[in-house]
Design a protein around this ligand. Structure first.
Ligand code: ZN
Length: 474
């Protein structure tokens, strides 16, 4: 069984800290991803009713676990492969370097491009703000990076062995991939990374799976199905309409890469379609209050050749999906503090996108502290909220009448709380089954190992896979 050659160093019984080792032979292994642990996905984490009152001893107030050190031997790791540059897949890279890893780092060209920004962010929230040190880590990573184009086989030679790798489109964020590893005996191991939904704004759909003797498959939404993009857009529009009517703010906690750009793309479209229909719509402003998200947004714009056809068509008709007139970027902390104060004391139809995505730190916390108790406010969750994070608590204990602890302060929730499932950028059960099905129905999938999911999601997906395709799932 190929799965006996797998070891999971993260994201097995949870969804953060992705890091999987595959033993190529007795002396060599490959590592796939090296992500940061967040929320309660940390060794020794305590149940979430206790994490409500104070950060756990393994968790800082920003939701990043204190101990990210690499606690497994790495001398036999001959290559690191990165599926995509979300922090929960690459954020422990600096700690891997500290542990002494000097081997090659393979990823797609776009991931290589985005990676320095992500690493800078990971270091700033988890380790240091020292510019010299951050620069040194980025240079070290740059010297080890081996960018590879999509769909092209790349050989890795070991002392007495050779494997081939190929990065395929995963449709999850810019540069995201699933990775095929062809062993010297012809067997193929596939790591799904995070798979995106079909019809994701801006991005092409995932490439169908060809074959896999072992498929290591994510299962984040293995027990759920998302609403279709059209419904999601309607619900987003309804929240924005409400904001125009009652002149309250819409707060969207979002991750810097992926969801932020998808949302901007959809918001531009909603505002564009309203045209001059109603004067109130002329007032609405979209605020991107995250210097990091703004940097990623400009990278997305720069790499527009990777956008899907719909997005390219909008560009061709002289629209600017990620840089429209009503979009404003907040940079300095003073500007940020002023805006929070302004929104607290006055009414303005305003949509604010700010990090962190799980409300465990970052500028969104200041908006939440100022505006959660205002009934005109809408909070819109567009991403997965890991166990133990304030975001999960707001979802659980909101809406009206509940409260949440933010930075040790009790904040009453009077705002409306919405969750839009589909901007998650993770595919759902139907599409996961469809992804496996293209190959499984022709007998081209050997066994599946489920990772990156809570227990109930994994169990539901495992049952569906066994029933539908009669394949071995562990
Ligand atoms: Zn991801």
């Amino acid at each position: 069984m190929l799965s006996s050659r797998l070891k999971h160093h993260g994201a097995f019984n949870g969804v953060t800290g992705s890091c999987h080792e595959f033993k190529v032979n007795d002396s060599c292994s490959l590592l796939v991803d090296c992500g940061l642990f967040q929320g309660a996905d940390t060794p020794g984490a305590i149940p979430d009713d206790k994490t409500r009152t104070a950060p756990t001893n393994t968790e800082r107030s920003n939701g990043i676990a204190d101990d990210q050190s690499i606690q497994f031997p790495i001398a036999h790791i001959k290559a690191l492969l990165l599926t995509h540059c979300h922090i929960d897949h690459v954020g422990r890279l600096p700690w891997l370097l500290i542990a002494g890893y000097r081997g090659p780092i393979y990823c797609t060209e776009a991931t290589a491009h985005l990676l320095p920004l992500v690493i800078e962010d990971a270091l700033k929230v988890g380790m240091t703000r020292n510019g010299q040190l951050i620069g040194a880590v980025k240079n070290r990573i740059a010297s080890q990076l081996r960018p590879v184009a999509y769909d092209r086989w790349e050989s890795i030679e070991f002392e007495q062995d050779k494997v081939q790798l190929r990065f395929r489109q995963a449709g999850h964020i810019l540069g995201s991939s699933y990775i095929e590893i062809e062993l010297s005996d012809g067997q193929r191991v596939v790591f799904s990374g995070d798979l995106g939904c079909k019809n994701t704004p801006l991005l092409p759909d995932p490439t169908p799976l060809e074959r896999a003797d072992l498929l290591v498959l994510e299962s984040t939404y293995g027990n759920r199905n998302h609403e279709a993009r059209a419904e999601r857009q309607q619900r987003l529009q309804a929240v924005i309409e409400h904001c125009v009517e009652d002149r309250g703010a819409v707060l969207i906690p979002a991750f810097s890469i992926g969801r932020t750009q998808e949302l901007l793309y959809e918001l531009e479209d909603i505002i564009h379609r309203q045209g001059d229909s109603h004067p109130a719509w002329q007032e609405i402003q979209v605020i991107l209050d995250s210097p990091m998200a703004a940097k990623f947004t400009s990278q997305y714009q720069r790499m527009r050749k990777l956008w899907d056809n719909e997005a390219k068509q909008r560009l061709a008709s002289d629209r600017h999906p990620l840089d429209f007139e009503r979009l404003h970027t907040i940079d300095s902390h003073d500007q940020h503090a002023n805006l929070v104060g302004y929104l607290r004391s006055s009414a303005a139809p305003c949509i604010v996108i700010a990090a962190s995505g799980m409300c465990a730190g970052g500028r969104i916390v200041n908006y939440l502290k100022a505006l959660l108790s205002d009934p005109r406010t809408d909070v819109l969750f567009v991403g997965y909220q890991a166990r133990g994070t304030p975001g999960a608590d707001i979802q659980k204990y909101g809406p009206r009448g509940g409260y949440v602890m933010l930075e040790g302060e009790r904040i009453d929730i009077n705002a409306e709380i919405h969750t839009l499932g589909g901007y998650s950028a993770h595919t759902d059960q139907n599409e996961l089954l469809e992804f496996v099905g293209s190959a499984a129905e022709q007998g081209r999938v050997g066994e599946v190992r489920l990772v990156h999911g809570e227990e109930d999601a994994k169990q539901a997906l495992a049952a569906a896979l066994r029933e539908k395709f009669n394949i071995e799932v562990s």
